[in-house]
Each structure stands twice: as structure tokens, then as C-alpha cells.
Design a binder for this molecule. Structure first.
Ligand SMILES: [Zn+2]
Ligand SMILES: [Zn+2]
Length: 257
């Protein structure tokens, strides 16, 4: 079941993207393999079980880390023994999820989707089994011959993290940057913090952006980080970088405030 729901692509000899293209959210998880350990960034919608798909790819012990604790990234978190998130969002994973089950379900079912056999949307629930630890800004994950650093990048959510692999110039950007509608309109978003976070990642020597949703093709020449930064700066200059300001379209992305 999981094999046909997830589409898996090899990005580098030791890096996979695991995608859910059939669903309108087009969510991506990333599996990074070191010599001794594997890091799984985000765990998908929870419509199909992710762990068997991961175990098909590696026998290494897996640490599951979240970019953030929105429902579309936490679906299979409970399937992994080591599961980590930023401390500010840990409560969202153990009884204090900020969205009602009804709102989550209406997002899940927003567009028709060929869900996998055996999946019943009526019984869909948001993972609430908690984390086994938290992640701080600058925390380094040593996978054995490969290190990945967590960057605290709030704005889209209060505990949002990007993951940065400096030797490769690769940024796993979660929902901070992707080619689509960047959401900054929920009560738990913070447009000013978003601007600061984009400033931070745009200053990195980026060679690849690996987004949490949609088009995987974010080549360096697109300069998505710089363009989103310029867009957010211009909205700020116009006094529009605040909740309720509307949806603003730019080349290749939009910002929903
Ligand atoms: Zn999100
Ligand atoms: Zn998302």
C-alpha cells in the first residue's frame, strides 16, 4: 500500500525525497543517510504508513525530525522510535494541536484524491503521541560522515526549523520556502518573524533548496530565498506585512497574510 502511495526519488546517492504527489498538498519528506544513522525530515500526511517505505530504503537507525508540527508533516511521526520537534511545538503533538479535527479533515479532503485502499478519511486523526526529545537552534545531527544542522526559522509556525547541510549548500526548507502559496495568515503565524527567518536563510551559500511542498525543482538560479526576502521586505515597506493584509502574487510564489 505505502509503496504505491509514496513516490520516491533519489536526489543524491545518500538522499531520498519521499513525496505524496497524489494529494493536493504534495508534501515531501526527506531521508538523509549517513554511515551510522539516518535522518528523516518530516513524516507526511499519515494517509499511508511511512515506516515500511523508509525501511525499504535503509536499515540504519532513523531519527525523525520535524520542520514543524502542522498536520501535513506529522502524519507518521508515531511510527518512529526517535521523534523530535522544536520545544515550542511539542505541546501541539501531545494534546494541544491548534486546529480542530474538523478543520484538519476539511483540509485533507479539500480536493478529490485517490487515497490508498484501506484508508478511511472518517477515521483520520492528527498524531498526538508526543515527542521523545526537542531540537534547539544550531543543534547538529551527526549521521556518521555527514552532519546536518537545525536552524530555528519561526514565522510560518512558532517552532519552525529548517535543516542545513553546509558541506553541500543544501537547505531543507520545510514550509518557510517553496514554490507555491506561502501561508502566514493563521493566528499562530508571525509575519515579522518570517521576514527575519528568510533573511537568515537567504544569507547562506545556498546551492539547493529542498521544500516541504510542491515543485521540487528549485534550482539555485531561481534564487527563491532572495526573491521571497525581497517580496517580504517590500510588503513590510508598504505596511502590509501583517495578518489580514491579503494574498500577494509574485513570480513563482505568493504570500498569504
Ligand atoms: Zn505548515
Ligand atoms: Zn506544510
Amino acid at each position: 500500500m505505502s509503496g504505491s502511495w509514496f513516490q520516491i526519488q533519489l536526489l543524491e546517492p545518500d538522499t531520498y525525497v519521499i513525496s505524496e504527489w497524489s494529494h493536493w498538498e504534495q508534501t515531501h519528506c526527506y531521508l538523509l543517510l549517513g554511515r551510522e544513522r539516518a535522518l528523516l525530515i518530516d513524516t507526511g500526511l499519515g494517509v499511508a504508513s511511512l515506516r515500511p517505505a523508509v525501511e525499504d530504503l535503509t536499515g540504519l537507525p532513523v531519527t525523525a525530525v520535524l520542520s514543524h508540527a502542522h498536520w501535513d508533516h506529522i502524519g507518521s511521526l508515531g511510527e518512529f522510535d526517535r521523534r523530535l520537534a522544536h520545544a515550542l511545538e511539542a505541546p501541539w503533538l501531545s494534546g494541544s494541536f491548534p486546529l480542530s479535527p474538523r478543520a484538519v479533515k476539511s483540509n485533507l479532503l479539500r480536493e478529490s484524491c485517490p487515497f490508498p485502499p484501506g484508508f478511511d478519511p472518517e477515521h483520520y486523526t492528527v498524531y498526538q503521541g508526543g515527542v521523545t526529545g526537542t531540537i534547539a537552534d544550531g543543534q547538529v545531527f551527526d549521521l556518521g560522515g555527514r552532519t546536518v544542522t537545525a536552524l530555528y526559522t519561526p514565522g510560518h509556525s512558532p517552532g519552525h526549523l529548517c535543516y542545513w547541510e553546509d558541506t553541500r549548500g543544501a537547505l531543507y526548507s520545510g514550509d518557510l520556502l517553496y514554490r507555491g502559496k506561502l501561508d502566514l495568515f493563521y493566528p499562530t503565524t508571525d509575519p515579522a518573524a518570517f521576514l527575519t527567518s528568510v533573511e537568515r536563510v537567504a544569507a547562506l551559500p545556498l546551492r539547493a533548496i529542498r521544500p516541504g511542498h510542491f515543485n521540487l525543482d528549485v534550482p539555485p538560479e531561481l534564487e527563491l530565498a532572495r526573491d521571497v526576502l525581497l517580496a517580504a521586505q517590500s510588503l513590510k515597506a508598504q505596511g502590509r506585512l501583517h495578518h489580514g493584509a491579503g494574498i500577494f502574487d509574485f513570480q513563482g510564489f505568493s504570500i498569504h497574510l
